[in-house]
Design a protein around this ligand. Structure first.
Ligand code: SF4
Length: 165
């Protein structure tokens, strides 16, 4: 899940926490297959119309899955991810409160059959920066899980409450 509030004005988490991301992911293409922004689609479209760069770029490459089951089927490596996100957004302690029915999952139109990006050299900035925040909900097995865990441990050690997956 992309935290849209942070995509608009991203913190430089690596600099702030001194925890540096790996140079590349493990190429499982989970974020390209079952992504979801932390706002409903009508809000995302309004933000794009108002010139928000992240929303515009997101909608320029991603296509919505027809429904939650279609998203599960599209990424069978981690079918539980969809339910994990839906559970988290409806939980009590979540940073992202959403009606699960309004959550839309997307897949990128440039993802090849081999699960490789077909426009890798020209991919949008948000793909290059992903995950822009350690509070994003990652698919289990994502190559950035270690970075997220280290950032959360650092935040906890500094006395911050940490939510997200
Ligand atoms: S443009 Fe490439 S890296 Fe970005 S979401 Fe699409 S397939 Fe993934």
């Amino acid at each position: 899940m992309f935290l849209v509030s942070e995509a608009e004005k991203p913190f430089d988490w690596e600099e702030i926490l001194g925890v540096y991301k790996p140079q590349s992911c493990n190429l499982r293409a989970a974020c390209c297959s079952v992504s979801t922004p932390s706002v409903p689609v009508d809000e995302l479209m309004k933000m794009a119309a108002d010139g928000d760069e992240f929303s515009r770029d997101f909608l320029s490459v991603f296509l919505p899955h027809a429904n939650h089951q279609a998203a599960r089927d599209f990424y069978p490596e981690q079918p539980d991810h969809i339910d994990r996100v839906l559970e988290m957004v409806s939980g009590q302690n979540t940073k992202v409160k959403m009606d699960p029915e309004s959550v839309v999952f997307y897949h990128c139109q440039y993802l090849g059959e081999n699960r490789l990006c077909q426009v890798y050299e020209d991919r949008p900035a948000f793909c290059r920066k992903y995950p822009s925040s350690p509070l994003n909900i990652l698919v289990k097995g994502c190559g950035y899980e270690g970075w997220v865990a280290s950032c959360k441990a650092k935040l906890l050690s500094l006395g911050y409450e940490v939510s997200g997956g």
